[in-house]
Ligand binder design. Structure first.
Ligand code: GAF
Length: 403
């Protein structure tokens, strides 16, 4: 289950071994291709990837591993996908229309979308028997869907002996999510899962799609991910609504990109903007600025400043962008409160919002005591069991050995 996933200590190597073994049992022969794609956490720069902004994510040490083999029957036209932890299967072909089969498992649209977009824009893929499993918490705002898309694209690369341009690969996955899952997401999640590098945050300019590495390997600072265990779902309409409010605000402000908008422009346009549009605009302009500032501050080791920017980002997402929820606010408030006792650098919600996770930076020596305090106080106030883990920046999608 998702809850078991969150507290797992299973490493990528162990997960891959388990998937290889299960594949053999399921399909009667060992896999020919095995690939991995990670989830991500975003340190700062939220809801600005679809607004030409900057984001500062990293891939996390939580992966989806996918294994594939060709069916014995050469005439088989459909691929079979099986989720090990959810014990659900689906037969798919790139010819299926989006959302065609209402009985298909919830994850099928991501896989099928990538299959279809890959075949439209790259080449025909052979029919495959596929099994997969994951240590990325599901629906936790850590990009379990992007990890599934990127794993599928990587498996198709392996099975067709193709090496895609990394940008093209991320964009294929983003398109699959737009068309087949109906979520008009930005590029952050797919770029993080494709481009992740050990020891580095990536400052991604979502306008030019350029990445600047921001080393984050300090032994003194630990990144903590706390799952509120309140479910996060992006296709509920709120995400698309935020996107169109931003587009409408930009138009009324009279600029073609948010990168040319400053806070004075937002204030000057206040009378033309509805109250929600005004608040969304204030968030976007402030958040783009905070993100580049945070990247500079991390590079210079100015941790107090990084912490202030994280709290300001959270307050803006909660008050102006209205994508937080009481449980995420509580986790950040608890971190802020514990902060006074020392050790906590900063904390904020991460990802799309409406549930999911917070990201907290903490001095290494205080990490364990913070985790304990955060978890017990959250549980006491909400009766929900949270889960907490640390991650270093991890390597993006890659092909593993088949045996
Ligand atoms: C989700 C989306 F998929 C991303 O593109 C991004 O907009 C994020 O929400 C918010 O920053 O993860």
């Amino acid at each position: 289950t998702a809850a078991q996933n969150e507290i797992t200590t299973e490493t990528l190597a162990e997960l891959a071994d388990r998937v290889r073994e299960t594949h053999k049992t399921l399909y009667g022969k060992p896999p020919e291709f095995v690939v991995a794609a990670p989830g991500r956490v975003n340190l700062i720069g939220e809801h600005v990837d679809y607004n030409d902004g900057f984001v500062l994510p990293m891939a996390i040490e939580r992966y989806i591993v996918m294994a594939g083999s060709r069916p014995d029957d050469d005439n088989e036209a459909q691929s079979q996908f099986h989720s090990i932890s959810m014990d659900s299967s689906c037969r798919l072909s790139s010819k299926d229309s989006p959302g065609n089969d209402p009985t298909a498992p919830g994850w099928a649209c991501y896989v099928q979308g990538v299959l279809a977009v890959f075949e439209q824009s790259v080449r025909q893929a052979p029919a495959l028997n596929v099994s997969f499993d994951s240590t990325v918490p599901l629906g936790g705002g850590l990009s379990s869907s992007a990890a599934l898309e990127v794993a599928t694209a990587t498996l198709l690369e392996a099975a067709t002996a193709t090496t895609l341009d990394m940008r093209e690969k991320a964009l294929i996955c983003q398109k699959a999510e737009h068309v087949y899952a109906g979520v008009p997401c930005g590029i952050m999640d797919q770029f993080s899962s494709v481009f992740g590098k050990a020891g580095e945050l990536m400052l991604l300019d979502c306008r030019s799609q350029e990445i600047t590495a921001v080393p984050f390997g300090s032994d003194d600072v630990v990144l903590l991910i706390t799952n509120s265990n309140v479910k996060h779902e992006l296709n509920g309409g709120e995400y698309a609504e935020r996107r169109s409010q931003c587009d409408a605000a930009l138009k009324k402000i009279g600029k073609s990109t948010w990168r040319d908008v400053c806070m004075d422009d937002v204030k000057a346009a206040r009378d033309q903007l509805s109250e929600p549009e005004y608040k969304r605009a204030r968030h976007v302009v402030g958040e783009i600025q905070r993100t580049t500032q945070a990247a500079d501050a991390i590079s210079a080791g100015r941790w107090d400043e990084v912490g202030e920017l994280m709290y300001a980002s959270h307050d803006s997402l909660s008050g102006d962008f209205e994508v937080s929820c009481p449980e995420l606010d509580l986790l950040v408030d608890l971190a802020r409160d514990i902060d006074s006792e020392g050790g906590v650098i900063g904390s904020r919600m991460t990802g799309g919002g409406f549930g999911g996770c917070t990201v907290t930076l903490v001095k290494k020596d205080s990490a364990q005591s913070l985790m304990d305090a955060l978890m017990s106080r959250y549980k006491a106030e909400t009766s929900i069991e949270p889960s907490c883990f640390t991650s270093r920046p991890a390597l993006g999608a890659h092909i593993l050995s088949a045996s």
